[in-house]
Write a protein that binds this ligand. Structure first.
Ligand SMILES: *Cc1c(COP(=O)(O)O)cnc(C)c1O
Length: 362
């Protein structure tokens, strides 16, 4: 090891980056994995065969189609609606958040979001050298419209992120609250619909009604987390600018071919996501029957639940020792004190989680 590397890095790496902790993904080998909102259902063998067939035609020696023309056409078919919008693709919606931040960044520029919410909004704001302002949600996880309006007036954010439904609380917000925020801000509002497959509402039809909203979606939570494909739907005036900071070949050949095929499997995904939505409701009922536990209503494929005061850390660790990995949100503080988040799995996984939890809380 070169002993000077550390001092060189300390000299040159931005202080705000040095102050960060890298995004931590816990090891999950051999665990019942209910921490990352993945779809637990594999593909039937015949579908896997059709997919492998499609991959045989992929030319790995060539750069991918920079505009992902075939894939975009398939996406437009699944989105439907009018043609007044444009589409940009990202290597996961994380990359789209990064592109949006890069395109608006400046030392005095602000990204604003209600809190608690998806942590990447804050992290990417920091990477881009921007200021991040979090506005607390109400205790019932609703938007605090007055506080949002005041923060928007003070900080004049370039971008407001609204996760709809919100990760990690799971709820949708009132449409009139969202409309009030869209009207109050001069900047862009990104409606992040990562959980659209599980939600009872979407704002996709509103894209044409406002000058300042775009809707972001991803195939990750639907069941294709391994592919890394997110998309942004919005007016060409915004999207043409974001497209300038997109790396030319950001969607690789294998993702383009696989996603184009997967978008033709609507019925399979509908069956899987319907099963997850049903399981979500029975899992919530079972959680709420356990002593000291409150599981909140969810429009996503996860449930946020609160445990007895001071017990979150012990319960999280106890579950891990019994081979069940969920997410401990207690360290984030605020409204998430005493809170854990569990992804809805297969009936067997959910039963294993509930059995382990029942033992740990006793
Ligand atoms: C998981 C998640 C994403 C990230 O999705 P990728 O497409 O996998 O990068 C974005 N937003 C929210 C709210 C999420 O929960």
């Amino acid at each position: 090891m070169n002993a000077n590397a550390a001092s060189r890095a300390a000299q040159w790496i931005r202080a705000d980056i040095q102050a960060l902790k890298a995004y931590h993904v816990p090891p999950a080998h051999g665990m019942v994995k209910l921490d990352a909102m993945e779809n637990p259902y594999p593909w039937p063998p015949a579908v896997v065969e059709a997919w492998l067939q499609a991959l045989r035609g992929a030319a790995l020696n060539r750069y991918p189609d920079p505009n992902a023309t075939v894939l975009k056409t398939r996406l437009r078919e699944t989105i439907g609606g009018d043609d007044g919008y444009d589409l940009i693709l990202g290597n996961g919606s994380d990359e789209l958040i990064q592109m949006i931040a890069m395109a608006v960044a400046g030392p005095d520029r602000v990204i604003l979001a209600p809190e608690p919410t998806f942590v990447m909004y804050r992290m990417i704001a920091t990477y881009a050298g921007m200021r991040y302002v979090g506005v607390p949600l109400r205790p019932d996880f609703g938007l605090d419209v007055e506080a949002m309006r005041a923060a928007i007036a003070t900080h004049r954010p370039a971008v407001v992120f609204l996760s709809y439904p919100n990760n990690p609380t799971g709820n949708l917000w009132r449409r009139d609250d969202i409309q009030a925020i869209i009207s109050a801000t001069g900047g862009l509002v990104v409606i992040d619909e990562a959980y659209a497959a599980f939600a009872s509402d979407t704002l996709i039809a509103d894209v044409g009604h406002y000058d300042n909203i775009v809707v972001m979606r991803t195939l990750s939570k639907l069941g294709l987390a391994g592919l890394r494909l997110g998309y942004l739907v919005g007016a060409p005036a915004w999207l043409n600018e974001f497209d300038k900071v997109r790396l030319p070949y950001n969607i690789n050949v294998l993702t383009q071919a696989s996603a184009a095929l997967a978008l033709g499997l609507g019925e399979m995904f509908e069956t899987q996501t319907a099963a997850i939505r049903r399981e979500r409701e029975s899992l919530r009922g079972a959680l709420n029957r356990l002593p000291g536990i409150t599981a909140f209503a969810s429009d996503a494929n996860f449930l946020l639940f609160r445990v007895a005061p001071g017990q979150a850390e012990r319960i999280f660790t106890g579950l891990k020792e019994r081979g069940v990995l969920i997410k401990n949100l207690h360290p984030q503080g605020g409204l998430l004190v005493d809170c854990l988040r569990v992804t809805v799995g297969t009936p067997e996984e959910n039963a294993a989680f509930l059995a382990a939890l029942a033992r740990v809380i006793n």
